[in-house]
Design a protein around this ligand. Structure first.
Ligand SMILES: *Cc1c(COP(=O)(O)O)cnc(C)c1O
Length: 369
C-alpha cells in the first residue's frame, strides 16, 4: 500500500538527534515551559516573521485562545469558510460566538473574498481565513476588508506553515496566526502541540496568561484561563525538525509539480494563485464519482483521503444555524469531488508513478462506465 503519509523515513533520518534532544529534556528535569519551549517560540517567531510566538497544546487551542484574547464572546460573529476541519468553528463555538459562513472560491478551495463584505454585520468581530491544504487564502483582499470595517483577522495556519503570499509568511499577516504541530502536519510533533504568532504585545501577553490558568504570575489569576501548554519534550523534537522544514517544503513542491505535470491530461489538478507559495500539506484533485475512484485506488494499493466529506454548515454540531443543502454550493461540490493523494517529502519516484498509473486506470474505467 502506498500510504497518503509516511512519517517513518523522516524519523529514521533524524533519529539520533531526536533521541539526544529528548534525553536531554529527561536529564534536565524541566518539563513545562522549559528552555526548549522558550527557544522554539523565538525560532518560530523568527521563521514566521512576527515579534511574538506563544506555545500551546494544540492548533485548536491556538484558535480558541486567539479569539479569547481578542475578546470574542457571546453575541459576536466570526466570518469563516464552511470547507475546513471542524476545529476552526469549534474554537468559535467554545468562546460562545457564532460562525458566519462564506462560500469558497472553487479554484482554490479557500474563502471567496468577494463574498465577505455581504456577510459583515455590526456583530462581526473577526474574519478567520483558513489556508486550506497549505495554499494561502487571499490575504491582500481580506486585510483590506478588515481594515475598512475595523475587524480583526485570525489566520488558521494549521496546514500552511512556511507558505507565503506576496512574500510574507502566512501567520504574519493577520492579528494572530494559529499553528498546529499535530503529527501529520508539515511540521509535526510526536504528540499534540500548537502555537500562536502575533506582532501585538497585548495579545501575546494575554495568550501567555490564558494558557496557564489565566494569570501571568503563578497563583495570581486575572481571568478564567485553561491549561494549554506546549510540553518541553515536543518542543525539543520540533527544534530538531524546524531547520529541515524548508527542504521538506521544496520536496513537497517538487512532488506536486510532478503530479500536476503528469495528471493534468486526465484529472483536475490544484492551482497555485499568483504571488503565493503553496506548501502542499495536501495534494488534492477533483474527480466525479469520487467514492468509486477512491475504492478503485484502494484496490490498486493507493491510499487516498477525503478532506472533508461534509461541509461544516451541514454538520449536526451546527444544526442550530439552520443552514441546509444548497446554502454554499461550491463547498458542497468540493466535498463531493475532492480526493487527496499520497503526499510527503520522502515520496519516491516509483510511488508517484504508481499513483499516476492507478489514477489513470480508475478514471479510464469511469469514462467507459
Ligand atoms: C489540524 C487542524 C486544526 C487543529 O489542530 P490540532 O492541533 O489538531 O488541534 C485546525 N484547523 C485546521 C484547518 C487543521 O487542519
Amino acid at each position: 500500500m502506498i500510504p497518503i503519509l509516511d512519517l517513518r523515513e523522516q524519523y529514521h533520518e533524524l533519529k539520533s538527534e531526536i533521541t539526544r534532544a529528548v534525553e536531554e529534556v529527561f536529564e534536565g528535569g524541566h518539563f513545562i515551559n522549559g528552555p526548549n519551549v522558550h527557544a522554539l517560540e523565538k525560532e518560530i517567531a523568527q521563521y514566521i516573521g512576527t515579534e511574538y510566538a506563544v506555545g500551546l497544546n494544540s492548533g485548536t487551542d491556538a484558535l480558541h485562545l486567539a479569539l479569547r484574547a481578542l475578546d470574542v464572546g457571546p453575541g459576536d460573529e466570526v466570518i469563516t469558510t464552511p470547507f475546513t476541519f471542524v476545529a476552526t468553528t469549534e474554537a468559535i463555538g467554545i468562546v460562545g460566538a457564532t460562525p458566519v459562513f462564506v462560500d469558497i472560491d472553487p479554484s482554490t478551495f479557500n474563502i471567496d473574498p468577494s463574498l465577505i463584505e455581504a456577510a459583515i454585520t455590526e456583530r462581526t468581530k473577526v474574519i478567520l481565513p483558513v489556508h486550506l491544504y497549505g495554499h494561502p487564502a487571499p490575504m491582500r483582499e481580506i486585510m483590506a476588508i478588515a481594515k475598512k470595517h475595523n475587524i480583526a483577522v485570525v489566520e488558521d495556519c494549521a496546514q500552511s506553515i512556511g507558505s507565503t503570499i506576496d512574500g510574507k509568511k502566512t501567520g504574519s499577516i493577520g492579528d494572530v496566526g494559529c499553528f498546529s504541530f499535530f503529527p501529520s502536519k508539515n511540521l509535526g510533533a510526536y504528540g499534540d502541540g500548537g502555537m500562536v504568532t502575533t506582532n501585538r504585545k497585548d495579545l501575546a501577553d494575554r495568550m501567555r496568561g490564558l494558557r496557564a490558568h489565566g494569570g501571568r504570575v503563578k497563583y495570581h489569576h486575572e481571568e478564567l484561563g485553561v491549561n494549554s501548554r506546549l510540553d518541553e519534550v515536543q518542543a525539543a523534537i520540533l527544534r530538531v525538525k524546524l531547520p529541515h522544514l524548508d527542504r521538506w517544503i521544496e520536496r513537497r513542491r517538487a512532488n506536486a509539480q510532478w503530479y500536476s505535470d503528469h495528471l493534468r491530461a486526465f484529472a483536475t489538478v490544484p492551482g497555485e494563485t499568483e504571488g503565493t507559495l503553496h506548501v502542499y500539506h495536501q495534494y488534492t484533485i477533483r474527480v466525479r464519482d469520487r467514492d468509486r475512484v477512491q475504492e478503485q485506488l484502494k484496490d490498486a494499493g493507493v491510499q487516498t483521503m477525503v478532506y472533508y466529506p461534509v461541509p461544516l454548515h451541514l454538520q449536526e454540531v451546527h444544526a442550530s444555524l439552520g443552514l441546509g443543502e444548497g446554502a454554499f454550493p461550491h463547498s458542497e461540490q468540493a466535498a463531493r469531488e475532492v480526493l487527496s493523494l499520497p503526499m510527503f517529502p520522502e515520496l519516491s519516484a516509483q510511488q508517484r508513478e504508481a499513483v499516476r498509473n492507478a489514477l489513470r486506470e480508475a478514471l479510464a474505467a469511469q469514462a467507459v462506465a
